[in-house]
Design a protein around this ligand. Structure first.
Ligand code: 3PG
Length: 306
């Protein structure tokens, strides 16, 4: 049984060593393809893989077709929009994620982003504090919950909107519940996005919501670039010279955003929300353990293509 770790953006060495240990102790063969630059390298590497661990690497139908022995794909992380679930299901391949394993790293980055923008991106000049500001959390899942908990330590007022989480569960955390997105956006100095990229959410954050933000509002995106309507983002940033946007996933039109809006926008050079040793270890080892449990016990607890 061969377990392949294919990561264009590699895990830390300690995480890779941990994955290897789990795989080999289970009696399987470990292989790694790291920092690959061409899809052809991935297609070649998967040809004899029984199990595949990836990060944001795209597991397309082409990749599935190139892997005749593949039985399980684990996205070591939360968002699995990089997996072609239909192609997996058609081939009877189990697709999983590792929910919650890298959430704290992403939540801490969201807090970092708020401070960075509040302090003029660490350039000279008078900034502002998080204390007393309102943070609106869009989607109260593993990351959203942690952002709320961390933000409380900064003395922020926190509000959340998530139609899939019972309001009572949100209130129990001392977080106010917005009745809809209009309320969330119109009352929040910061909006932190934690929605997945789905057919329903893609392009859903645009002019109508952002124009409602209070003066000096800042949109913080550690989710996915696809959820933003980029044309409408440009429009609202043009109209509202006080608004700011910071993202961990550069927009398709990031060069235009940078040119037009200068210090009001910022994108990390490469997605770094989950780039901590801790998150790499948590997610990587969880992925390896899930594969072993799947092969040994038939466990499909974290399957996302049921
Ligand atoms: C996730 O969905 O888990 C995060 O976006 C992390 O993605 P990465 O593994 O590519 O850093």
């Amino acid at each position: 049984m061969k377990v392949l770790v294919a990561t264009e953006k590699p895990f830390s060495k300690v995480a890779v060593d941990g994955i290897k240990k789990i795989v080999e102790e289970a009696g399987y063969t470990f292989a790694a393809l790291e920092k690959y630059t061409a899809v052809s390298e991935l297609l070649d590497a998967v040809k004899d893989a029984d199990a595949l661990i990836v990060r944001s690497d795209k597991v397309t139908k082409e990749v599935i077709d190139a892997a005749p022995s593949l039985k399980i794909v684990v996205r070591a992380g939360a968002g699995y929009d990089n997996l072609d679930l239909k192609a997996c299901t058609e081939r009877g391949i189990v697709a999983m994620n590792t929910p919650g394993q890298n959430s704290n790293a992403v939540a801490e980055l969201a807090i970092c982003f708020m401070i960075y923008m509040s302090r003029n991106r660490l350039t000279p000049g008078t900034g502002s504090e998080l204390k007393g500001k309102t943070l609106g959390i869009q989607a109260y899942g593993n990351v959203g919950r942690l952002v709320a908990s961390h933000a409380k330590g900064f003395g922020m007022n926190i509000m959340a909107f998530d139609p899939f989480v019972p309001a009572e569960a949100i209130r129990q955390d001392g977080v106010a519940v917005a009745k809809d997105l209009n309320e969330l956006y119109s009352k929040s100095d910061f909006i932190s996005l934690h929605i997945p990229a789905t057919e329903q959410t893609k392009g859903s954050i645009g002019y109508a919501l952002l124009k409602q933000m209070p003066k000096g509002g800042c949109l913080v995106n550690t989710a996915r670039k696809e959820v933003i309507n980029e044309e409408e983002l440009v429009k609202v940033l043009e109209e509202r010279e006080d608004l700011k946007y910071i993202t961990d996933i550069a927009a398709t039109n990031q060069a235009l955003l940078d040119e037009k809006f200068g210090k009001r926008v910022f994108a990390t050079p490469k997605k770094m929300g989950a780039e901590t040793a801790e998150a790499n270890i948590n997610a990587g080892l969880a992925a390896a353990n899930q594969i072993v449990k799947f092969f040994k016990e038939g466990c499909t607890k974290f399957q996302v293509n049921k």
